[in-house]
Ligand binder design. Structure first.
Ligand code: PAF
Length: 279
């Protein structure tokens, strides 16, 4: 695996390829990331991953400084998964001057849910992804569906700027008990890890209520919030939204249940697509 630490090194190396397939990450890789790499491999003539913990997408009180940096094991895992090129710039290499030119995604999508609870988060995400796209110039990029709103935002950005990149969404990789894999799961104590599965269970309960024909979505959401809160969680949101734009749905539209909740000091997110709501 070739490792590029600067944009110039990366561009030199990738000049020989026509169809890079790209998986951007912030490192601390788990099996979910490796599934993205494996999914990317047949889609291009070279598989590129990036590791960059992007300060722009962290709020001042969030975990930028303590975000786990696990360089050696990340490289080992990428090699084993068949990644060809790793782009691992430091902050000076990617942001040699303050990144004052930023991508401001559509507020209708960027300021709700994650964007509401983490203001500026999607500006940081879209800005770094746009910059990484300029560096790698991929023809295809793979993102996990666990970050559902992020995936939608990237698709929208790519469409609006007519970037010649196919965006592929990859199914969420789950532990045996159903917990969606996330780098932040590493923050959970043993007891919290056992409890964490309740988030995906709450989403399943919401899906079952919809599929059983219950029409009062607000009541389903309130019940899910209450159930988690009673178990000691601090939920930010558990909502049922229209899949196409994450707004309030009408009858008959495909839905997605989305959740974010804090367990102890760890904020977890997850989602579940639900077949059309009964009309
Ligand atoms: O999903 C992530 O890990 C990050 O938001 C991304 C897409 C790598 C941008 O920093």
């Amino acid at each position: 695996m070739y490792i590029a630490h600067t944009i110039a090194e990366l561009r030199d190396h990738l000049a020989a390829f026509e169809r890079p397939a790209f998986v951007p990450t912030m490192g601390n890789l788990h099996d979910g990331h490796l599934a993205l790499i494996r999914q990317a491999r047949p889609l291009g003539d070279v598989t590129v991953a990036s590791i960059f913990v992007n300060r722009l997408q962290f709020l001042p009180h969030e975990d930028f400084d303590t975000y786990p940096r696990t360089w050696d094991s990340d490289c080992e895992k990428l090699r084993t998964a068949g990644c060809d090129v790793l782009f691992a710039p430091d902050e000076k290499a990617l942001y040699p001057e303050p990144q004052t030119c930023k991508v401001h995604p559509d507020p209708a999508l960027a300021d709700i849910l994650e964007g509401h609870f983490r203001p500026g988060f999607f500006v940081g995400v879209c800005t770094v992804v746009m910059k990484l796209f300029q560096c790698v110039q991929p023809r295809v990029a793979v993102f996990g569906k666990k970050d559902y709103q992020q995936l939608m935002m990237i698709r929208h950005m790519v469409r609006q700027f007519a970037l010649p990149i196919e965006i592929v969404g990859s199914e969420t990789f789950r532990a045996e008990d159903g917990l969606a894999l996330s780098s932040r799961n590493g923050y959970l104590s043993e007891a919290e890890r056992a409890e964490a599965v309740q988030l995906s269970k709450a989403l399943k309960a919401m899906a079952q209520a919809v599929q059983a024909g219950e029409r009062d979505l607000a009541a389903i959401e309130a019940r899910a919030m209450q159930a988690l809160a009673q178990r000691g969680w601090q939920p930010d949101y558990l909502v049922l939204r229209r899949r196409s734009d994450l707004q309030a749905p009408s009858a008959g539209e495909p839905l997605v249940a989305l959740a974010a909740a804090r367990l102890g000091g760890t904020r977890l997110i997850d989602n579940l697509e639900i077949d059309a709501m009964p009309s």
